[in-house]
Design a protein. Sequence first.
Length: 75
Amino acid sequence: MDEHEDHGHSVAAWTAVAIIIVASTIMSLAVVFPNLWLFVGGAVLAVVGAVAGKVLSMAGYGAAGRDHTEAPSIR
């Protein structure tokens, strides 16, 4: 079977996406109910999500850190 790229199936990717989805929900609420500080808080949380994903990836929880010859395991 041909090798395929791992498109973010990792703890780092899932954590970053979950945090960024919560951040975008907060920013959306800030648009519906006009509140600048709620929007800024959501934007800061989005940056935290991106940083958390990068830190987890560098710590070995990213897709590139896994050995693709073994079955995936929970770390």
